[in-house]
Each structure stands twice: as structure tokens, then as C-alpha cells.
Design a protein around this ligand. Structure first.
Ligand SMILES: [Zn+2]
Length: 297
């Protein structure tokens, strides 16, 4: 039952379960993630971490109603092995990088838990609306076993929206595949309204959690299972599930020579003189895509 209109990878799928006041997003990243990782030389633990973060940024960014809005996810630590992790999503364009201590990472061994990677830190999730129409930021402590758990805590604490998130990633010789599912309860039936009494034990939501919580990691990254089939598997007993295939997802960086020229121009001449190399150029590399720009300033 494979049909070309089904969603397999590098595309976001949205769905709603009207009778339960629930909505969700599902995504599987394949080529997009390989292209992002190709710009870096990350060890397996960091590859895995960034893959999960990119899936989360896509799932959460996909909630933005306004296509030109931007979602930025940033995990920052105090003295952690991972110093900084940044991912952002805008209109199907995704990018991310990790700044970490290579030496200390090797001491952690294979599959270090989140707490070992980050130590004490926090997760900031920022929504920038299009056209400078505002910015909303929520910050939660970086706790739990996975980044997905920290994101669930963000929705619970910062937005009072009961949310379930599952993410899986697998890196092999033929590249990396990562997938995820996000489901939320919007009991008022209205998105974006303030919910003062969000209930994690609402019967509708408990039911959705029981179904969505049965998602297995292998299903999220199985290239032969379409996202429609996955949603159907989980929720086929519901009277109605509406699916909306969404935007294609691709690696996208917004770095440009003009952008860096503007930044450099803001520095005092004294500082610019220190930055110049023997040829009088200032070299800047983009942390997201590792591209190097030669700025004549
Ligand atoms: Zn770039």
C-alpha cells in the first residue's frame, strides 16, 4: 500500500484528532540531516545529540503558523562537555551545530547520558514571529534523560500545553536517519490562547498519551514506514484523524558575506585591525555550515 503521496522523509506531516482536541507533527530526517552533518566532523555521541535536536527543532518549528517565523532551540551549559548546541528552523530550512570539548568527550565513553554531556544547563526555545512582530522565549533547566524530555518540560512549564514527544536517531555507515513525533492537547480548541488550567490528567489527553506513547523507536526511523502509516497505526481506533502533508525540510543556512560585513563594520577600527590577516582580510567561518568568508574590511 505504498503510494507516492505518502510522506517518508525530509517532509513534515501534521495531523489532528478532532474528537480528542489533539494535534501533532511527525517527521523523519534523512538527506537533510546528512547534509547538515557533512559540514562537521562530529564523533558519534555528538552526531546523535544533534540529530535529535534537529528533529525537535523541526517538530516545534513546524507548529509556527506563520511560515516566515523562526524557531531557535539553544542548549547552553556551565562547564559542560557540550558548551553550546544551537538549532534553528524557518520555513522548512533547518540548521544546527554543537560546540563541545573533544578531549573531555572521549573520557565519557560511548552513549553518555544527557546529564554527562551537559552537566548543569538550560534549554531556551525562542519563537521569532515574521516581520519583527514579536519574540517569545521560554527557558527550562536541561533535565531528564533526553533533549525530548527537556522539550516536553518546556511545553508543560512555559506554555502550559500538555505535550508528548518521542525522538529516535540512528547513525550508520550510510548516513544518519532521525525521526520524531510530537502530540499536544489543546482543550480550548483554540491555538495560542492562554491556558491557565492545563491538565495533564484530562481524560482526552490521557487517552492520546496511551496511544502515542506506544510509538517505538524503530518505527520513527524505519525508512519503509510512511508517516501516514505510523499515525494510522497509533490512532486508527479514533473516529477521525486528519493529516496534512507539510513543507519539505532541507538544510538551509542564511550566512552571507554581506551579513558578516555588517557585523564587522560595527567593531571599532582598532579591533578590525587585530582581526586582519597578513593579506588584510578578515576570515570568518559560519559555525552552522563551516563555510569560510573572506571579508575585506
Ligand atoms: Zn552558514
Amino acid at each position: 500500500m505504498t503510494d507516492q503521496t505518502e510522506t517518508f522523509s525530509d517532509k513534515l506531516l501534521g495531523f489532528t484528532i478532532p474528537a480528542r482536541n489533539a494535534r501533532g507533527k511527525a517527521v523523519r530526517l534523512d538527506r537533510a540531516i546528512d547534509e547538515i552533518l557533512a559540514a562537521h566532523d562530529y564523533p558519534p555521541a555528538i552526531t546523535h545529540l544533534l540529530a535529535e535536536a534537529l528533529v525537535l527543532a523541526t517538530l516545534i518549528g513546524g507548529l509556527l503558523k506563520d511560515e516566515s517565523g523562526q524557531l531557535t532551540m539553544q542548549a547552553q551549559t556551565e562547564g559542560g562537555v557540550v558548551r553550546l548546541l544551537v538549532c534553528d528552523y524557518r520555513n522548512g530550512q533547518l540548521r544546527g551545530y554543537v560546540d563541545f570539548d573533544r578531549e573531555r568527550l572521549t573520557e565519557l565513553g560511548a552513549n553518555p547520558p544527557l546529564s554527562a554531556l551537559f552537566g548543569k544547563g538550560y534549554l531556551a526555545i525562542t519563537f521569532d514571529m515574521a516581520g519583527g512582530e514579536g519574540r517569545y522565549q521560554g527557558i527550562v533547566p536541561l533535565e531528564g534523560e533526553t533533549l525530548a524530555e527537556a522539550c516536553e518540560a518546556y511545553f508543560g512549564q512555559s506554555e502550559q500545553i500538555p505535550t508528548l514527544i518521542r525522538v529516535a536517531a540512528r547513525a550508520g555507515e550510510d548516513g544518519c536517519t532521525a525521526g520524531g513525533l510530537l502530540v499536544q492537547h489543546l482543550p480550548d480548541g483554540e491555538e495560542g490562547r492562554e491556558r491557565l488550567h492545563a491538565r495533564m490528567d484530562h481524560p482526552e489527553w490521557e487517552h492520546v498519551v496511551a496511544l502515542a506513547g506506544s510509538t517505538r523507536h524503530e518505527e520513527l526511523i524505519d525508512p519503509a514506514l510512511s508517516l501516514e502509516a505510523l499515525v494510522w497505526r497509533l490512532f486508527h481506533e479514533e473516529e477521525e484523524v486528519r493529516v496534512q502533508p507539510g513543507a519539505p525540510i532541507a538544510r538551509g543556512c542564511r550566512c552571507s558575506a554581506e551579513h558578516y560585513e555588517q557585523i564587522i563594520a560595527r567593531f571599532p577600527e582598532e579591533d578590525r585591525a587585530d582581526m586582519r590577516d597578513e593579506n588584510g582580510m578578515i576570515l570568518i567561518d559560519c559555525a552552522f555550515c563551516s563555510k569560510v568568508f573572506e571579508i575585506e574590511a
